[in-house]
Design a protein around this ligand. Structure first.
Ligand SMILES: [Zn+2]
Length: 390
């Protein structure tokens, strides 16, 4: 082990010198000063870990070797953050990425509830975020997204991850909602034989484990859906059910290794989370019909626990209420509508009202699919012209 550690430290020192050079280049480039200052901080932590490993390699105390594995794991996390995520995003950042970044900055300033001071965009993957540095996350978006309003509501779900991670109280309280929900169910008496009762209690306990898996990531995903449905309104739901239908998955199947809850549950949650101002709008009713038609007849998996127990309406309502209460507390602006009609969508004037524009885009696309291309191009052109340049 000591020979391995000596060899490893020699290798890490070479890597650290290279990383220092790359970060130095980014510092001279001065495009992302906030981000670079955090990357330098990452590098200092890695240098410190390397020195500790080097000291363990020369120390005869065998008990310290266990600690070496911990240091190696911590080093690997920071190494991935720099080499896999942040430095490639910085070095391969294009003008297109920077242009799209202006939309996210604008969105962020409209929300006013995230810790984002800087951000970096990388085109080429489906919407996802890497919030390794909360005040300067990376946003991955599909190729050519900078030209399109389609799928753009998904960005709000990604911003939801930043908001969630910035407010640790959300995780604590939403996990408490889940635990309390299943504890109450376990206490409810049921006139079934004791063998079945035992099975039922086991299933309830499995549900708690399902929701708490990997630091309750599935609860975080639901939070982001609720957040986006609140802020963007119907346009987020349209974008979401469009995604579900084109992936043609099984809406009522849950997977023990998928960090997302079943699509059917996420869709119902989104509808429930819509702001009151647009819940009864004809567009929402139409989307509900489309989704109901899509899911009708899809089999609901029954093992190891019933879907209705894992994804119950009662649990969903409790989560939506808790999230909405917190969003109101921190001042997240809710989509107030009204949903534009066809002529308002056609002549949509305030392009900086991004959520309004995204709803107008859905209305325009559904009412006039053939005229949508030129309308969208014009709106995107006007949006970039109106966005602040800094
Ligand atoms: Zn997510």
């Amino acid at each position: 082990m000591r020979a391995y550690l000596r060899a490893k430290c020699a290798q890490l020192e070479i890597e650290l010198n290279r990383l220092q050079d790359y970060i130095g280049q980014q510092e001279r480039d001065a495009t992302h000063p906030v981000l670079v200052s955090d990357l330098k901080d990452h590098l200092c932590q890695m240098q410190r870990l390397c020195r500790r490993l080097s000291a363990i390699a020369e120390n005869p105390d065998a008990a310290l070797l266990k600690r070496a594995h911990m240091y190696l794991r911590d080093y690997a996390y920071l190494q991935t953050s720099l080499r896999v995520w942040y430095l490639p995003a910085c070095f391969y950042e294009t003008d297109t990425d920077r242009q799209f970044g202006r939309i996210i900055r604008h969105l962020n300033s409209r929300l006013g509830v995230t810790p984002m001071e800087d951000l970096i965009v990388s085109h080429g993957r489906f919407f996802t975020t890497f919030p390794g540095i909360l005040r300067a996350p990376i946003f991955y978006v599909p190729f050519a997204q900078h030209q399109s309003l389609g799928d753009l509501p998904a960005l709000y779900h990604e911003v939801g991850h930043i908001v969630y991670q910035h407010n640790p109280l959300f995780a604590t309280e939403l996990q408490a909602v889940v635990i309390t929900h299943y504890s109450e169910l376990a206490r409810r008496t049921s006139p079934i034989p004791s063998v079945q009762q035992e099975e039922r209690l086991k299933a309830l306990s499995w549900c708690v484990q399902y929701w708490n898996w990997r630091k309750a990531i599935r609860i975080q995903e639901l939070f982001c859906d609720i957040f986006a449905a609140n802020v963007v309104g119907p346009a987020f739901i349209f974008s979401w059910i469009d995604l579900v239908m084109r992936q043609a998955g099984e809406p009522y199947q849950y997977s023990e290794c998928d960090e997302h809850p079943p699509d059917g549950f996420r869709a119902t949650t989104c509808f429930q989370a819509l702001p009151a101002a647009c819940r009864d709008a004809p567009l929402v009713e139409w989307m509900q019909q489309v989704f109901t038609q899509y899911v009708s007849g899809k089999l609901q998996r029954r093992d190891p626990v019933p879907y209705a127990m894992l994804c119950s309406t009662e649990l969903m309502e409790k989560l939506v209420n808790k999230v909405s209460e917190h969003l109101e507390r921190i001042g997240v602006p809710v989509y107030a509508g009204p949903i534009p009609d066809q002529s308002q969508a056609q002549d949509f004037a305030d392009v900086l009202d991004l959520e309004g524009l995204l709803n107008a885009a859905v209305v325009k696309l559904l009412a006039d699919p053939n005229g949508y291309n030129s309308w969208e191009s014009e709106m995107v052109r006007r949006l970039y012209a109106a966005l602040p340049t800094a």
